[in-house]
Design a protein around this ligand. Structure first.
Ligand SMILES: [Zn+2]
Length: 345
């Protein structure tokens, strides 16, 4: 038999054609295989000669197929490598560096504004006693205002029989300052506080900023001036402020302070709920009973104190309407509102 035509086809055959040729000649029912099977019918002499002849053909064909197969495999591999090669000259996917969380950024902005007004940092523990969180702030046991702050109580009592709790307000910093520092002073406390509350606008842990100034001759007018300036610095533009009478147990008189909406400048928008004003902080002249904790007499020194929610100040500044976004760690949100670290661009 003449295998020359097929030997010529092999070098150009694709993988499928090559397999077809292999089956056609060398498969179980292939032409060459069939002829080998026929050998048994021949006489010994002829069989020997024919067998040798067929073996040569078979070897030649198998070698040609195998060579072509290797060639095809090499080509396939090269094609695959070429396809999957990385073009190092292509621009990279965007990567995002870390950013300062909007709450941290707000705390930094608040602290910077207050520092420029002469306030220094003061600290108080987050695990506090009933005494420092309430009683010494003119909130004796059974005072109805205690009900407003759903407190996380911890079991043990201290040596004086005061119960431990997670502080519900940063005002404990005021008490500790009054006990330990002689006036005149201006201090700020910024940190975590805890209340048993969880819904759209409340989380069990949030942040407050607290400030207190005590000096001789401090008046309500000083308070208004300092707080207006603080809000101007925090929001980064001059804004009108107004005060409304309010009640806090640790200040007398007390007020709530509103600032002109920095988004619409008082015209009314989504952030200020069309009122043109934003409620931002509570304040008042330090109550004589609280000053007395530090052995101070209201006839000699006076002071004012104020407090605000950091989350609220951040929401107002950045126009964020859902408190929970701060704590869900969505990178798209944080990229949008977080500040780049100072060292980055
Ligand atoms: Zn507005």
């Amino acid at each position: 038999m003449d295998i020359q035509p097929v030997l010529q086809q092999i070098p150009a055959a694709g993988a499928e054609a090559l397999e077809a040729i292999r089956i056609q000649y060398l498969g179980q029912n292939g032409t060459l295989t069939a002829q080998m099977k026929e050998l048994g019918k021949l006489d010994a002499e002829t069989r020997k000669a024919r067998g040798a002849e067929l073996n040569v053909l078979k070897t030649e064909l198998a070698a040609a197929i195998s060579t072509r197969k290797e060639q095809l495999e090499t080509e396939a591999l090269n094609a695959k490598l070429a396809n999957e090669a990385i073009d190092v000259t292509l621009p990279a996917d965007p990567t995002y560096g870390g950013r300062i969380h909007p709450i941290t950024a707000a705390m930094e902005d608040i602290a910077a504004a207050l520092r420029s007004l002469g306030f220094t940092h003061a600290y108080g523990p987050e695990v506090e006693t009933d005494d420092y969180n309430f009683t010494k702030l003119n909130l004796p046991e059974h005072h109805p205002a205690r009900q407003d702050q759903d407190t996380f109580y911890l079991n043990p009592f201290n040596d004086e029989g005061s119960r431990y709790l997670l502080r519900t307000q940063t005002s404990n910093v005021q008490v500790r300052t009054l006990e330990g520092v002689k006036p005149p002073f201006r201090v700020m406390g910024i940190g975590r506080v805890y209340r048993r509350d969880y819904d759209l606008t409340h989380t069990p842990q949030f942040h407050q900023v607290e400030g207190m100034m005590v000096d001789s001759g401090t008046t309500f007018a000083h308070m208004r001036g300092v707080l207006s300036e603080f809000l101007r610095l925090y929001f980064g533009k001059p804004l009108k402020t107004r005060m409304r009478p309010h009640y806090f147990p640790f200040t007398e008189p007390s007020a709530e302070m509103d600032v002109e909406c920095h988004m619409c400048r008082g015209a009314g928008c989504r952030v200020c709920k069309q009122t043109g004003w934003l409620e931002v902080l509570g304040c008042g002249m330090v109550h004589r009973n609280v000053l007395a904790v530090g052995g101070l007499d209201v006839s000699e020194v006076q002071g004012f104190a104020f407090g605000a929610g950091v989350e609220r100040l951040a929401m107002l500044k950045y126009g964020i309407s859902d408190l929970r976004l701060f704590y869900e760690s969505h990178s798209a949100f944080l990229r949008q509102f977080g500040k780049p670290p100072v060292s980055a661009a």
